[in-house]
Design a protein around this ligand. Structure first.
Ligand code: PLP
Length: 423
């Protein structure tokens, strides 16, 4: 490894001072597709999926990739090919999933604000299960299901009131968040569901947050939620599905999250074998499978601070601006006399916001304008959270697989920016 440079992404490596992703020389790739550009490793996606698969292999289970992490249809097709389904949070995601060939019986639907139109769309397409988050939502689903004379499978999203060690913006299972039914009200909630003619309430669901790197919060939530099962049985409700959500963290810097195998080994001890387990990993599947490549535009020194101004911004990757998230940043070309010209830089984008940065105080070699940097672990909540703010076209997306690469989304053009406007 080059002095002062470390890589966190397994599929990245330096060879002859050049950075490769799988077997692709990134410099060749950016010459073809320009920057900023997202690049994904197909084999990393497959490995990550299989890690979940092997963690659950002794059980009846379904892996529903949380597609809000990255919803490109090529990624959904890879998941589909591996036998997975998806966790959706909107009608738009349902459209994408169906369009990519995901089977409706492998689609689960969570979210606090499902509209009537979205509920109709999901019922008509016969998705597997609705994860219900409120009484009013249950009433509406029952009404719509009645209209189509269909009995709809539902689970209750439980808020288990557990604390996580993650950023407050992505913690969803603590008391007082908008998500789920407070755990102390769940039994009554099922009583209420049992009198809804068109609802078949057979599932328990929880999702306590994202980028959780310890086993304990998952364990606490699992124990609390499964403890409801005998109580529900007493009132005649038999639970068949246990959906344990997603949220498993990845290594961005020095984190050491458990593997899916280790996590499941701990959790499944408390879960009866009669239950069908659903899990909804998002970040774990795609986070370390993706990188963002960007070009150095300018250098600027203000006082004793060095800025590297690059062509990617918060419109491409909002996580640093949004939650102060850390992404490792490395050059795609290095030299042997590295380490002598290293300095600290803030890597910032062209957008007119002070929060527009990709990394702060990063030790990097002396780069020329036109050199490239790789932002690691950008696959999850990267492109899917990108925007056109400052009228910036969204970047292209490329898939690499061993020594092949192919485009999975075109770079937007200026004309795309105004296409929907009426004037
Ligand atoms: C976002 C979300 C997930 C995925 O979370 P990750 O941290 O990306 O694994 C799973 N389930 C639900 C309900 C979600 O909202």
């Amino acid at each position: 490894m080059k002095k002062g440079i470390f890589l966190v992404t397994e599929k990245l490596h330096y060879k002859d001072n050049k950075l490769f992703f799988e077997n692709i020389d990134l410099k060749t790739l950016v010459k073809t597709y320009k920057t900023p550009v997202y690049v994904y490793s197909k084999n990393q996606i497959i490995e990550n999926y299989k890690n979940y698969d092997s963690a659950l292999k002794d059980r009846a289970y379904l892996i529903c990739y949380a597609m809000k992490a990255n919803s490109n249809r090529e990624i959904l097709k890879i998941i589909n090919g591996l036998g997975g389904g998806v966790d959706i949070t909107s009608g738009g995601e349902l459209y994408r999933a169906l369009n990519a060939g995901i089977k409706p019986e492998k689609i689960v639907y969570a979210g606090v604000g499902k509209s009537e139109q979205e509920i109709i769309y999901a019922i008509k397409n016969k998705i597997l299960i609705f994860n219900i988050e409120s009484k009013e939502e249950a009433i509406l689903i029952n009404k719509v299901a009645g209209r189509y004379n269909k009995k709809v499978l539902v689970a209750v999203r439980v808020n288990p009131h557990v604390q996580t060690n993650t950023h407050s913006h992505i913690s969803t299972g603590e008391e007082g968040t908008k998500f789920g039914i407070p755990i102390n009200e769940v039994i009554d909630f099922f009583k209420f569901l049992s009198i809804q003619k068109y609802l078949d309430a057979k599932g328990l669901h929880f999702h306590i947050g994202s980028q959780i790197t310890q086993i304990n919060p998952f364990l606490a939530a699992t124990k609390k939620v499964v403890s409801l099962i005998p109580k529900l049985r007493q009132i005649g409700i038999k639970i068949k599905y246990l959906d344990i959500g997603g949220g498993l963290g990845i290594k961005y810097k020095t984190e050491e999250p458990p593997t899916p195998v280790k996590l499941m080994k701990n959790l499944l001890k408390f879960v009866s074998k009669d239950l069908i387990i659903i899990c909804e990993p998002g970040r774990y599947i795609i986070g370390n499978s993706g990188i963002l490549v960007t070009k150095v535009l300018y250098h600027k020194t203000v006082g004793n601070k060095n800025f590297l101004i690059v062509d990617a911004s918060m419109t491409d990757l909002i996580r640093p601006a949004f939650y102060g998230a850390y992404h490792n940043i490395v050059p795609i070309q290095v030299t042997d006399c590295f380490g002598e010209n290293m300095d600290y830089y803030d890597i910032v984008g062209p957008v007119c916001e002070t929060s527009d940065f990709l990394g702060k105080k990063r030790l990097l070699p002396n780069l020329e304008n036109g050199d490239y940097l790789v932002v690691e672990c950008a696959g999850a909540y990267g492109f899917s959270m990108s925007s056109n703010y400052n009228s910036r076209p969204k970047s292209a997306e490329i898939m690499v697989s061993e020594n092949k690469f192919y485009k999975i989304r075109d770079r937007e053009k200026y004309s795309d920016l105004v296409r929907k406007e009426i004037c």
